[in-house]
Design a binder for this molecule. Sequence first.
Ligand code: NDP
Ligand code: OXD
Length: 312
Amino acid sequence: MKILFYDGDSPEEWLNAFANAFPDAEIRDWKPGDNAPADYAVVWEPPMEMLCPRSNLKAIFNMGAGVDSLLSAIKSNSITLSSDIPIIRLEDGGMAPQMIEYVIHAVMGYFRRFDEYQQHQVDLQWKRYPAPRKEHFPIGIMGLGVLGTQVAESLALMGFPVRGWSRQEKQEEGIQCYASSQGLQPFLQGLKLLVNLLPLTTETENILNHSLFTKLAQGAYLINIARGQHLVDTDLLESLQSGQLAGARLDVFRTEPLPLDHPFWKEDRISITPHIAARTYVDECVQQIAEKIHALSKGEPVTGIIDLNRGY
Ligand code: NDP
Ligand code: OXD
């Protein structure tokens, strides 16, 4: 078996892990000009030259949960991949617990006002607020997929009223589920905090905009941990100015790294992290990909195959 690998960064750890998982396979770190045959490609944001002339691949594995950058590169380079080559994404792979930690940290900063108390210390101010009540603090999760569902369940277990929004109808214990464009307005109505965990598609691009923010409770808080293109940057800044939103925690941006002259850096009500909400664990990911390769080679079905029409 031949596995072709590309992640543009430091590949050694990945290559070693694949070598351990497939001791008899040939594992190549792709370099420009390598057109030699391969059975599987394992990639993160690959140059299209790597995938372009290949008709013999059995599958392409995307080393991330989101496939937006891979699909958009394929589209913008007018590349036609054979329809029988599935694109398979990572499902969780150790990312869900990190997402839960990230969201709980941000929720607590706002709900318990720890962010404000931190500023009070800087201002040498001893000031106390009344204890907040979870039952009056509805939280909404956009995207009830592999990651969103686990985040929603964790918040519900903590006692928050939790709502979730997905494309298709769902039923999750302890979560008030809404679906499709008809369900969006009732889902958003009066939320005190909104978490975005949607995939980036033509339907979800720019969804975090002024009109959506006005449906939330006055002074609501936004957590965007999905993609920067979901958010209309100027609408967020205006909604913070007007007080419609009280603050935001952003992990993802239209341009990454976030350019130094971007106004988000200087807005006190925005907390920035550098796309670290959930990072891939090499061992878990290689194990997941290895299990799927074994299943495919036995003709068994696998999950995580991208539906190119849906875009996720
Ligand atoms: P999934 O594909 O498992 O879940 C996506 C969810 O979004 C599904 O519930 C889906 O609905 C819903 N959805 C998609 N389109 C729409 C729509 N038009 N309207 C309503 N709901 C919609 O994805 P994951 O949970 O694995 O990952 C989510 C995203 O998180 C990734 O795409 C990636 O962008 C981001 N991410 C960010 C990371 C970071 O470090 N910041 C790390 C990892 C991922 P349905 O269930 O009906 O299909
Ligand atoms: C992912 C990501 O999609 O890291 O996995 O953003």
